[in-house]
Design a protein around this ligand. Sequence first.
Ligand code: AR6
Length: 189
Amino acid sequence: MRNVLHHIHVVQGDITREAVDAIVNAANSSLLGGGGVDGAIHAAAGPELLEACRPLGGCPTGGACITPGFRLPARYVIHTVGPVWHGGFEGEPQLLASAYRSSLLLAADNACRVVAFPAISTGVYGYPADMAATVAVRTIAEFLAERPEDSLPQEIRLVCFSDASRQAHENALQRLREKLRAQDESGTC
Ligand code: AR6
């Protein structure tokens, strides 16, 4: 895999304050708001966001859809639905990867250069933080690596709310960095 990890940045903070092209919302399949990051995004964007979500008619787990950001500093909100954690044997990794991938595709289709993600599914939906971070980092890296170098998005920000979440993402990024280095040295790709 082409090394694209310099396009991925782990930061700690509140995603509603990110002045980027798009922030991703960890929504539920109704798209009508909720708690956690979803609640924070709706509160910061204003009631127009709910009115924009209503006609979308919901979103399946692993899918994504896009609205304007309204009062947020971000231009767009990409709403995705991660899986509820049931122990890992009900397709959770594939569904979580699909949530990241669907969001990235929408970002690319809407010419977004910088996209910020929260740690999808790791709050109310109970996905263990380390495992989710591994899926997140790998899926984003694979997506970027399979596209031309100058294509959009160019920068992915993983916005972690807690110190533990930031640590989980930094560790996942480091593990992938080491794996790519080992592949590079052994001449495989
Ligand atoms: N900025 C960045 N990350 C945040 C913020 C914030 N302002 N607030 C919370 N997080 P969750 P889920 C982190 O529960 O697990 C909602 O009710 C949080 O610490 O928001 O995908 C939806 O409507 C955690 O690491 O999303 C759904 O019903 C991560 O965001 C359900 O929760 C995700 O936690 C979705 O559950």
